[in-house]
Design a protein around this ligand. Structure first.
Ligand code: ZN
Length: 215
């Protein structure tokens, strides 16, 4: 809760008293000072420094921000808004309820991608019961600024984006893409976004597997 930003400062003679903005030294309101106070008051998101990294394209950052703020409209999220909806996922042979965790972690679109790309990082999806713990492991898998560190941020964000994209294609009755096509899209993102990631014969084998073939 913010304290009242308007205070009465008295000066002499007393009739000159006026209401002043408490968050600037001169008592004059500025949007910047209000914004800074709000920033301090808001609880910091520990993921923010990763998903707002400069090398990450804005649309991936914004989608991740929507996901972490529960603003991606999977069926269960819509049901949570008191909207009557029969849920059936489009990612599995046998339909299941489309919750966020199902679609993005366990479902037939995302799970094979996670299992392919996570293994070289030593991350195993089955070790995590909570999706955001899984993402946290990805984001911290290697030092920030290293090739593996950058990929540890980029890859999960791309997998989430491509999972949502594929899900929406299927909802609109487009032909489903197979695993190889989805994997190729992830590789293409990595190549297109991150030309700084050059792989050669001296690169670690795990990095060569992650980055994939020359496209
Ligand atoms: Zn499913």
């Amino acid at each position: 809760m913010l304290r009242d930003p308007l205070v009465v400062k008295q000066s002499f003679p007393i009739q000159w008293s006026s209401r002043l903005w408490a968050w600037t030294p001169d008592g004059i309101f500025t949007v910047k000072s209000a914004f800074q106070q709000l920033r301090i008051a808001a609880p910091p998101c520990p993921f923010a420094r990763f998903y707002w990294a400069k090398f990450v394209p804005n649309k991936l950052s914004v989608f991740f921000w929507r996901a972490i703020n529960r603003a991606v409209p999977v069926d269960v999220r819509i049901q949570n808004c008191a909207i009557s909806l029969a849920s059936g996922c489009v990612c599995c042979t046998h339909m299941q309820i489309e919750s966020f965790d199902h679609l993005f972690m366990h479902g037939g679109i995302a799970a094979p991608l996670w299992d392919y790309f996570a293994t070289p990082f030593g991350i195993h999806r089955q070790d995590f019961s909570a999706f955001w713990d899984f993402i946290w492991a990805w984001f911290n898998v290697a030092p920030a600024g290293s090739q593996m560190g950058s990929l540890g941020i980029l890859i999960p964000m791309v997998i989430m984006w491509e999972t949502w994209r594929e899900r929406n294609c299927r909802i609109h009755n487009e032909a489903p893409s197979g695993f190889r096509t989805r994997r190729y899209r992830i590789w293409k993102w990595i190549h297109d976004i991150n030309p700084m990631i050059k792989v050669n014969k001296s690169s670690p084998a795990c990095l060569q597997q992650v980055v994939g073939p020359t496209l």
